[in-house]
Design a protein around this ligand. Structure first.
Ligand SMILES: Nc1ncnc2c1ncn2[C@@H]1O[C@H](COP(=O)(O)OP(=O)(O)O)[C@@H](O)[C@H]1O
Ligand SMILES: [Mg+2]
Length: 386
């Protein structure tokens, strides 16, 4: 009998990707979020379940999961979509492991991985390229970074979620020493790293997405790259494309080996046009925003993970033919119109991101409610404004 999947923080396209991928394999899904209107909770492929927010109330979140697990009575398989759930579960995983299957590495491996400086240190040990980075202990160190690094640089928090909520941005960019010190004043409480910016467009951001079994064997591997982010340069994907790059897959798995990571993950790198090498941006020890593109390419990571967690691992899949596109259509079109008007993006570039075969991160004719809700929210916001 197929055990259910429990998709955590089922707020957006990342969770929808998992839910719809599992639906293809006829896996029953429970989608959890603190917001009853979250996109995953209104998918026709999932039973909705409201849980407290793992960032604001980690104890309540894990308590709610306990109650859910006891109610289900069969070891459901957990799927994480964001770091907050991972961090809430981590220190409390022993109790949850009695109720659920948790197909990722234990807290002793995860906790260091959630710190970007650990990711960098491990990458350096195995010769995986890393952007030149300084980790200032105080203001004097930050000032010294101005002499040691080449501008532009970015300040990146080592613990992202709270920084992101406060600044509504993932990084602070500085084009010279003065900007750097202004950025430092704002970002210092978040223990930021200061890194050189790897040049190149958003399309130079490549990803290895994979699922690795508990012994580290890759059972599913996908590669692709972003086409456009929002906001551009330091944002999240709004258009992406698959393309199998076996060399990136090999090197990405070497890094995951060194991090001793198993489960679903995304290794993101930026391909530097100056030397053609892939520099580590980050490892996300969980699913990522455009995981549905992997499924569209025949590498159904959630289904592979679920089967393995049930003790029936499928034969490994590595690679996929051709190129497919993925977009967050509404957001991508809205942003593109503004960018085309301002001259920073062209209609031709937009058109090339929309070439079929094309998957939308939200819209799916077989599961239309999330897209309808998104449109309603957008119209509601317009109405509220005007
Ligand atoms: N050193 C860098 N050079 C160029 N772009 C970068 C660099 N570091 C991060 N970025 C950009 O900023 C985005 C956010 O950085 P990331 O490390 O992924 O932080 P987060 O934890 O917030 O996702 C990345 O997707 C990438 O586009
Ligand atoms: Mg990121």
């Amino acid at each position: 009998m197929t055990v259910p999947a429990i998709v955590l923080q089922a707020s957006g396209p990342n969770a929808l990707g998992i839910i719809r991928s599992l639906a293809r394999d006829r896996v029953p899904v429970i989608a959890c979020d603190h917001d009853p209107g979250a996109l995953g909770l209104i998918s026709r492929h999932a039973a909705p379940h409201v849980l407290p927010d793992p960032l604001n109330d980690p104890e309540g979140f894990v308590g709610g999961l306990h109650a859910l697990g006891e109610g289900i009575g069969r070891d459901g398989v957990l799927f994480a979509t964001h770091d907050e759930a991972l961090s809430a579960i981590g220190p409390r995983e022993a109790g949850l492991d009695e109720l659920f299957r948790r197909p990722w590495s234990p807290w002793e491996r995860l906790e260091p991985l959630l710190d970007k400086s650990h990711q960098h240190a491990v990458a350096r040990q195995i010769g995986f390229p890393v952007p030149r980075t300084i980790e200032p202990a105080d203001e004097a160190d930050a000032r010294a970074a101005a002499d040691e690094l080449r501008f532009p640089v970015i300040l990146k928090p080592r613990e992202a979620p709270e920084f992101r909520r406060r600044f509504r941005a993932q990084v602070i960019e500085a084009n010279g020493p003065e900007e750097l010190m202004r950025g430092w004043e704002q970002a210092a409480p978040y223990d930021p790293q200061i890194s050189e910016v790897i040049p190149g467009g958003d399309d130079a951001l490549w990803t290895l997405g994979s699922y690795r079994a508990a012994d580290g064997t890759p059972l599913g591997s996908f590669t692709g790259h972003k086409l456009r982010q929002w906001p551009p340069r330091f944002g999240t994907a709004r258009a992406a494309e698959s393309f199998w790059d076996p060399d990136l897959a090999r090197r990405g798995h070497e890094l995951l080996d060194a991090l001793q990571w198993h489960g679903i993950s995304q290794v993101e790198v930026k391909r530097d046009p100056r030397d053609g090498r892939d520099y580590l941006i980050e490892v996300n020890p969980r699913s990522w925003l455009w995981i549905s593109l992997a499924t569209a390419c025949g590498v159904n990571l959630p289904a592979i993970c679920h089967r393995d967690a049930q003790g029936a691992p499928p034969a490994p899949v590595a690679g996929h033919p051709g190129r497919r596109r993925w977009v967050l259509g509404l957001k991508h079109l809205g942003a593109s119109v503004r960018e085309i008007r301002s001259g920073s993006w062209s209609a031709g570039e937009l058109a090339s991101t929309l070439r079929p075969p094309l998957t939308d991160g939200v819209f799916d004719a077989r599961d239309p409610r999330p897209a309808l809700a998104q449109v309603r929210r957008l119209l509601g916001r317009r109405g509220a404004r005007g």
